[in-house]
Design a protein. Structure first.
Length: 320
């Protein structure tokens, strides 16, 4: 996907940026050749052998000095300067610094990693890109699956109604069941969440439609965690909802919080105790909102963000 166009303007600078900055840390062949030229020209310049001095004088090898070399910072700046392909680089500045961590922790195959990075850079040959930018003869910019919306990377990974946009409840199930010592299948990937799991200290409702006296529109959160009252500690209710949007992470968190306020108030009124809403939002291409770690801390249990990030990335790569 990165080789759609050999034109230097469309070069994918991401490839040469370090992984911790969201790039692929590949070696640039141009850079390597340039470095060799520089080394050779310096060697000739300082040579005392008469024959080599002559070569130096003829200026056969002269392309510049080491100071002119491009380094990672240059590649990063060139990447960020790209109007379309650089959007991800700009996003990385406002999201959690661990948003690119999957490249070091998920151990994906190189082609899968390349696919996700190309999607982050919007460098996939979608109908929209072909029709408007590359002009490769696509007669429409519309999506091949739904035929209704423009086929952009964002549409494919987070908007198309014809492509599975799953929720990742199963993966949370393992963390919750382990840490509250609830029964679960021996092998987590075989474990389908029950509607209700319970022991003496907690009760968890999975994807459960609540029956309430008053009309509350949003009453089916992904997870409802009830930590039962014990001694002087009152009952604690946590409404957890999970979302994997394209790039509007903060808006999605806000949306989830306001969506479940009526349910939170109704549960406090009828069930007693304290209730709160915890949104868990992970971008389909791995971006993590800065607020996520704080929200996860509110859950009193440890949820492995890297495992969730990998699950989301793998789902996205299968959609792509
Ligand atoms: Zn579509």
């Amino acid at each position: 996907a990165n080789n759609n166009n050999n034109n230097n303007n469309n070069k994918m600078w991401t490839d040469y940026v370090p992984k911790r900055k969201g790039g692929r840390r590949l070696k640039s062949i141009e850079d390597l050749v340039f470095k060799e030229w520089c080394a050779l020209s310096e060697y000739l310049k300082h040579s005392t052998t008469p024959a080599l001095k002559l070569v130096s004088k003829e200026k056969i090898v002269e392309t510049g000095t080491r100071e002119n070399q491009t380094d990672h910072e240059d590649h990063l700046m060139k990447w960020e300067a790209k109007a379309l392909h650089g959007k991800w680089a700009k996003l990385l500045k406002i999201v959690d610094e661990d948003s690119s961590k999957w490249q070091r922790t998920a151990h994906l195959k190189p082609p899968t990693e390349a696919l996700i990075i190309a999607a982050q850079d919007k460098a996939l040959h979608t109908n929209w890109l072909g029709h408007y930018i590359l002009k490769t003869g696509e007669t429409t910019d519309k999506c091949r699956r739904c035929k209704k919306f423009a086929e952009t990377v964002k549409h494919i990974v987070s908007g198309c109604p014809m492509l599975a946009q799953g929720v990742y409840c199963e993966r949370y199930n393992q963390d919750f069941c382990d840490q509250y010592q609830l029964p679960r299948g021996q092998r987590w990937w075989e474990h389908k969440p029950e509607s209700v799991t319970e022991n003496e200290s907690v009760k968890i409702l999975w994807d459960f439609t609540l029956q309430l006296d008053r009309l509350v529109e949003a009453r089916k959160p992904d997870i409802l965690l009830i930590q039962k009252a014990s001694g002087s500690n009152p009952q604690k209710i946590t409404i957890i909802d999970i979302a994997c949007p394209g790039i509007t992470l903060a808006e999605k968190e806000e949306e989830k919080i306001s969506k479940y306020q009526p349910l939170r108030m109704e549960l406090e009124r009828t069930w007693g105790g304290k209730a709160k809403v915890v949104p868990i939002v992970i971008g389909t291409l791995g971006a993590l909102p800065k607020t996520l770690k704080g929200y996860l801390q509110e859950l009193d249990i440890i949820i492995n963000i890297q495992t969730l990030q990998k699950a989301v990335i793998l789902r996205t790569s299968s959609i792509l």
